[in-house]
Design a protein around this ligand. Structure first.
Ligand SMILES: [Mg+2]
Length: 364
C-alpha cells in the first residue's frame, strides 16, 4: 500500500457566542478552526486527521506531500521520523500520524484501540471547562453536568486568589471530584498579558487546594519546561501535580518522567506524541508509578485518537471538553456524528480505524 495523495482543508465553524479560553488570554474565540488532512492510498483507503488552527491557519499540504507520498502508511515508526523532520521546518505534525492509524485500521477491519492491543471499554469522563467563571455561574454549569452523569469537573484558575472559587464549589458539591488547571504550562500569547506564577505562588495554590480537599490534581501551575520547579512542588505538597499536555515530543516526556516532574502525565496524541508515542509514554509512566491522562482538547479527530489510546492503555479518565458555547457538536463539527458521553462514561467507536466519518458536506 502506498500513500498517493495528501489534501489539507482549512475548516471553520462559528460558535453561538464568544468563548474566552484561558490558554489564549484576552483574545475571545468565536470560530472553531481546524486543519483537516485527508490521506489517500493506492488501495482506495483514506485516513483523516486534524490539527488545531488559528487565525486562518498554516498551509503545509505541499511539504507534507513531499514527505509522505509513496510511503506505506503501515510504516508508522519510519513515518514518525519524517514527521519529526517536518517539525524542524514547519508546524509540529503529530496529528497527521492519526490518519495512518485510521488507514491501517480500515485496512485490517479493526478499531485503533484493538490495533494497540487494547479491548473495548467504557472510560469515565471528566467535564473540562475552558474559562474562569465565578462560583455562582459555575454552580449552574456543574448542576447541568451532574444531571448528565458527570462525577468530576475540571475548573480553570489563572490567579492564585481564585482558589476561593474552588472553595465555594467544594462547599456547594462536597462529593464532586474536582481538578484544577492553571494553564501556566503554555499559552497562545497574542495579547501578551498572560502572567506566569512564581514558584511560591504555585506552592501557595497547591497548599490551598490541599486544604480544600477532594482535588484530584493541580494541572500546569508552572511553565512546561520548568521540571525543577515541578519536582520541588511535588516534594513540598501532597496534592497530585499534572502536566505535559503540550510538551515538545516524546523525548521531553521521557525526561519529565525520569526527573519525577509529574504525578499525572497528560501528553495529547494530537499535540505532543502521536498515538504510538503516547503508548510509549503511557508504558514508561506506568513503570514509574505515574498516571497517564492525556489532554484531548483539540477537535473531534484529535479527541477520538486520544480516546482510542486511553482505552488501549487502560486509562482511568478521559478529558471531555464542555464549556458552552464549546460543546461536543462544536468540537466535532467535521464529523457526521459528535462523540458524546452517556452517564459519565464514553467508549471509543468500534468501527475500523478511528471509527468516525467526516461529514461530506464539510469537504464540499
Ligand atoms: Mg491543561
Amino acid at each position: 500500500m502506498q500513500i498517493t495523495n495528501v489534501t489539507q482543508y482549512h475548516l471553520e465553524h462559528a460558535m453561538d457566542e464568544p468563548f474566552h479560553p484561558t490558554w489564549i488570554p484576552s483574545y475571545p474565540q468565536s470560530i472553531h478552526e481546524c486543519e483537516l488532512f485527508e490521506i489517500e492510498t493506492d488501495e482506495g483507503i483514506t485516513g483523516y486527521a486534524a490539527s488545531p488552527s488559528f487565525a486562518g491557519g498554516l498551509d503545509y499540504e505541499a511539504p507534507l506531500s513531499y514527505f509522505l507520498l509513496g510511503e506505506d502508511p503501515h510504516n508508522i515508526t519510519g513515518i514518525r521520523k519524517k514527521l519529526e523532520s517536518i517539525g524542524l521546518i514547519g508546524p509540529r505534525s503529530w496529528h497527521v500520524e492519526h490518519a495512518l492509524w485510521d488507514i491501517i485500521g480500515k485496512d485490517a477491519g479493526k478499531p485503533v484501540y484493538e490495533l494497540l492491543g487494547g479491548a473495548h471499554a467504557e472510560i469515565p469522563v471528566y467535564a473540562s471547562t475552558g474559562q474562569v467563571m465565578d462560583a455562582d455561574e459555575r454552580i449552574d454549569y456543574i448542576e447541568r453536568r451532574i444531571a448528565e452523569g458527570f462525577e468530576a469537573v475540571k475548573l480553570r484558575i489563572t490567579d492564585p486568589e481564585q482558589t476561593d472559587i474552588v472553595r465555594e464549589i467544594r462547599e456547594a458539591f462536597p462529593e464532586l471530584t474536582l481538578m484544577v488547571d492553571a494553564n501556566k504550562g503554555w499559552a497562545v500569547r497574542v495579547m501578551d498579558d498572560e502572567t506566569a506564577w512564581s514558584y511560591s505562588e504555585a506552592l501557595a495554590v497547591a497548599r490551598d487546594l490541599e486544604s480544600i480537599g477532594g482535588v484530584a490534581w493541580l494541572e500546569e501551575p508552572l511553565d512546561r519546561h520548568d521540571f525543577d520547579g515541578y519536582v520541588r512542588l511535588r516534594e513540598a505538597t501532597d496534592i497530585a501535580i499534572a502536566g505535559g499536555e503540550f510538551d515538545d515530543g516524546v523525548w521531553q516526556l521521557h525526561e519529565a518522567l525520569e526527573r519525577g516532574a509529574y504525578d499525572i502525565i497528560q501528553p495529547d496524541a494530537a499535540l505532543a506524541t502521536g498515538i504510538e508515542g503516547g503508548k510509549e509514554i503511557a508504558a514508561h509512566a506506568a513503570q514509574n508509578g505515574v498516571e497517564f491522562v492525556p489532554h484531548t482538547w483539540t477537535n473531534g479527530l484529535g479527541f477520538v485518537a486520544n480516546l482510542h489510546l486511553v482505552c488501549a492503555v487502560g486509562g482511568r479518565w478521559c478529558e471531555y471538553s464542555i464549556e458552552p458555547p464549546w460543546t461536543p457538536a462544536v468540537r466535532d463539527f467535521m464529523l457526521t456524528e459528535p462523540l458524546t458521553q452517556e452517564g459519565g462514561t464514553i467508549a471509543p467507536p468500534s468501527e475500523p480505524g478511528l471509527g468516525v466519518e467526516i461529514d461530506p458536506a464539510i469537504l464540499d
